[in-house]
Design a protein around this ligand. Structure first.
Ligand SMILES: [Zn+2]
Length: 204
């Protein structure tokens, strides 16, 4: 009876009971099935493909592979999953990504093998990348709702004594500015926020 359930989540699960074959797979798109664009590892090819497509349709993260899948789906094409080899877990995928790159496969994998903790963990952005991120954010206004959310989250926040003493120590090492209206000497960020043209002692 359970085999009659056609929910795509359940069918691969049922088929997979008692099996733990681990595959390295490659993704390609229907117009060019041998142009492999992504290498991954799974014990369930059908479910993995379904999840790739589900992620592309629902995720807000725009990873290269997500963009690539979305592009082909919107063109009415299919994404194909091809098992390349049966392998031990977490071993061959890294090898295969490296070999694929050597063979000139134009792979969309961000990392050289999954199951490593993702993103920028233990890595630093280059100063070039930092500059680009900084430029892209310059002059952007946060929406009223965004500002309100930040404000609500910060109301009632308390700092530990240690945190306060660290803030104080760090403020003492920063260059200071004197306010032309009240004469107070303070850090540049405090000056911008509370003094200068915003100083309460300022005469109109
Ligand atoms: Zn002032």
């Amino acid at each position: 009876m359970i085999f009659l359930i056609t929910n795509i989540f359940l069918v691969p699960f049922v088929i997979n009971i008692g099996m733990s074959t681990n595959y390295c797979y490659a993704l390609s798109a229907s117009p060019n099935p041998t142009n492999f664009r992504y290498i991954g590892e799974t014990t369930n090819l059908k479910l993995r493909l379904y999840r790739h497509i589900y992620t592309a349709k629902t995720s807000k993260k725009r990873w290269p592979v997500v963009n690539w899948i979305t592009k082909h789906l919107t063109q009415g094409e299919h994404i194909l999953i091809t098992p390349i080899c049966i392998c031990e877990r977490d071993t061959y995928e890294i090898d295969l990504i490296a070999k694929g790159r050597l063979l000139g496969w134009n792979l969309l994998n961000i990392q050289d093998g999954s199951n490593t903790s993702g993103g920028m963990k233990n890595k630093n952005h280059s100063s070039d990348a930092k500059e680009k991120m900084s430029m892209s954010r310059k002059g952007k206004q946060k929406s009223a709702m965004h500002r309100n959310n930040i404000s609500t989250a910060l109301i009632g926040r308390t700092f530990s004594d240690e945190h306060l003493s660290n803030l104080s120590k760090s403020a003492k090492t920063k260059p200071t500015v004197s306010c032309e209206h009240c004469g107070m000497t303070t850090t540049k960020s405090n000056y911008t926020k509370w003094h200068g043209i915003k100083c309460k002692n300022r005469q109109e």
